[in-house]
Design a protein around this ligand. Structure first.
Ligand code: HEC
Length: 247
């Protein structure tokens, strides 16, 4: 087999094994992106107690609800159905009065005992609400993510995502028939918005008005990835069938 030097490697002419490798990778990454989206909806998305990602979710996740405690946030969120309106109101009132020990002994402990300890105190790994010591930390103001937690998720995210983006972009860079500027913009976009995303977590932890950046960062990242993956798969599998290979 001779190699035609005048024709650079491109997605529509690569060998079947390489096409399969690239495609398998891109498909698994697409599933990963979809799962990441779902996970965001389930974890951050529920932070404000309503399904679907909103600005409030981001604020609760990174800035915290500084008007309230973790307990209050949860009682408005995933733990909402665990107690009656009256019981929830009684807990919130106690928290807002500074969660005094006397009230706990008198009344609040029994509310937790009848609504919460079947899980919190019985299931290993869940916060234990049988004692005042166990609940105390959750009754304090929620400060969102602190710098050590943010640094941890940031570095994992930056390394991991850059690695994925690199391969997605490398495969896409072998596409044909697109203006160079379109390819260049698409290739740079995931890296830029990955940084915007991580930066937005820090900015939101500092002041909540930056929450919109998290949504923009994630959306642009997903759009650019989606565009590159679809284009690459198209050029590898459909374009050769149509035998329409632009020079
Ligand atoms: C059916 C089991 C169950 C019951 C009952 C339950 N919880 Fe939970 N709770 C969970 C699970 C599972 C989680 C972890 C997932 C989550 O955060 O939604 C959790 C998490 C929490 C958290 C967050 C803990 C953390 O580490 O950040 C708080 C606060 C909380 N629950 C409060 C309550 C209160 C208050 C009640 C009673 C009114 C209650 N829960 C009843 C299962 C339960």
């Amino acid at each position: 087999m001779t190699i035609d030097q005048s024709r650079p490697i491109n997605l529509s002419v690569i060998s079947l094994p390489l096409r399969l490798l690239f495609s398998a990778f891109l498909i698994v990454i697409s599933l990963g992106l979809a799962m990441a989206g779902l996970q965001i909806l389930y974890t951050h998305g529920m932070a404000d107690g309503e399904f679907g990602l909103s600005r409030d979710d981001i604020v609760y996740s990174y800035y915290g609800d500084r008007g309230g405690s973790r307990l209050e946030v949860k009682l408005k969120g995933t733990m909402k159905d665990k107690a009656s309106v009256a019981d929830r109101a009684a807990i919130v009132k106690w928290v807002q009065e500074g969660s005094p020990k006397e009230q706990w002994d008198e009344k609040v402990q029994s509310i937790f005992a009848s609504n919460c300890v079947t899980c919190h105190g019985a299931i290993p790994g869940l916060a234990d609400f049988r004692t005042y010591e166990g609940i105390k930390g959750f009754a304090q103001i929620d400060e969102g993510k602190d710098p050590p937690a943010l640094a941890r998720v940031s570095h994992i995210h930056l390394f991991g995502i850059a690695f994925i983006s690199f391969f997605v972009c490398l495969i896409f860079s072998l596409s044909v028939g697109l203006p160079t500027w379109v390819k260049s913009v698409a290739i740079v976009t995931p890296f830029v918005f990955q940084v915007v995303d991580v930066l937005s977590w820090w900015l939101t932890a500092w002041t909540p008005s930056f929450a919109f950046l998290t949504i923009i960062g994630g959306t642009c990242y997903q759009l650019a990835s989606f565009f590159m993956i679809v284009t690459s798969l198209y050029q590898m599998w459909i374009m050769p069938l149509r035998a329409r290979v632009p020079e």
